[in-house]
Design a protein around this ligand. Structure first.
Ligand code: ACO
Length: 299
């Protein structure tokens, strides 16, 4: 009932200013009054505090000393290699990125503000104030000014359903650059460190579903390519931390699975692997350097 009420609420805030960006919003978000009745909000990109007037934001920024999300930096991308021939001719490489782990209980207001901000781009999520049971993995681009938020995912500290991700967002100016894939891959790397399989919380949005399908397809075809010998569904799941039902669904969508006397049989042809290699060449993929991930599971 509550969910229905929120869904039918009319979009209130039309745009937000965040760092150097002005973002047009997509959906309703329950910012408290009087902010909810504003056409535009001004948001501090470091604390995610929100203001009705630019003047007030500027006054806040003059005092604000935070330059990164309030948590531990658990990942920092490797420095761009010097003398990289691919940089010649003005080729653009990705700016350095970092991941911060923020505890919903320890940094409650920041995490609530993050949920309110992300709701502007998410249709179907209802978590805004009860952030204690979650950890937030915030992705930032770093420059000389500080760490600029580009996206995040949340994760339950203990998920009864075995979910390794609750909510994922790439802020619109940063979408379609491979950051969503990076965040998804990161969530599975954490699962691997926990020695578990995982899956995203349902329902997925349309954009969430495309992104996961693309990620699962690539990961599964990669392990099938590496291990020419036959692998079972369970083997694939163990290697990727992708839950078996997601593996089956992905293989089915690729028509790579057959049923024989109640068993799954995976059949991969050379042609499919070759086609896949062509697809990969067009994907934006930001590698995770596992030597740079400093993380232990939540206890
Ligand atoms: N149209 C078609 N394909 C798309 C689009 C789009 N608008 N956006 C992304 N994709 C595809 C990409 O082409 C890519 O596939 P490919 O590598 O096979 O080409 C794949 O999805 C991932 O693209 P990324 O650039 O890595 O993803 P992005 O940084 O844009 O983030 C995300 C994806 C997080 C879903 C983003 O669209 C978003 O924040 N959307 C709004 C919030 C949302 O819907 N979140 C998911 C809710 S479900 C949940 O939280 C469990």
């Amino acid at each position: 009932e509550k969910e229905h009420q929120e869904k039918t609420k009319v979009k209130n805030i039309q745009s937000v200013e965040l760092g150097k960006h002005e973002l047009d919003t997509w959906y309703y978000s329950p910012y408290p009054e009087p902010h909810a009745s504003c056409n535009k909000l001004y948001i501090c990109e470091y604390t995610l505090k929100y203001f009705r007037k630019k003047k007030t934001l500027l006054r806040h920024l003059a005092k604000c000393t935070l330059r990164h999300p309030p948590g531990d930096e658990i990942y920092r991308s490797p420095p761009a290699p010097a003398n990289d021939p691919s940089l010649v001719g003005g080729a653009i490489t990705n700016p350095p990125i970092s991941m911060f782990e923020v505890d919903g209980k320890k940094s409650k207001v920041y995490c609530q503000n993050l949920c309110l901000l992300s709701k502007l781009f998410l249709d179907h999520k209802t978590l805004y104030y009860d952030v204690d049971p979650f950890l937030f993995y915030v992705m930032c681009e770093k420059d000389t000014q500080g760490y600029h938020i580009v996206g995040y995912f949340s994760k339950e500290k203990a998920s009864a359903e075995g979910n390794n991700l609750a909510c994922i967002l790439t802020l619109p100016p940063y979408q379609r650059k491979g950051y969503g894939r990076f965040l998804i891959a990161f969530s599975y790397e954490l699962s691997k460190k926990e020695g578990r399989v995982g899956s995203p919380e349902r329902p997925l949005s349309d954009l969430g579903a495309v992104s996961y399908r693309s990620y699962w397809t690539r990961e599964i075809l990669e392990v099938l390519r590496e291990h020419k010998a036959s692998l079972s569904i369970k083997d694939i799941s163990d290697k990727t931390a992708i839950r078996t039902d997601d593996v089956v669904k992905t293989l089915e969508s690729l028509s790579l699975i057959k049923y024989w006397k109640g068993d799954h049989i995976i059949s991969v042809t050379q042609k499919i692997v070759e086609d896949h290699c062509k697809t990969i060449a067009n994907q934006k993929n930001i590698e995770i350097d596992l030597n740079r991930l400093h993380w232990t599971p939540y206890r």
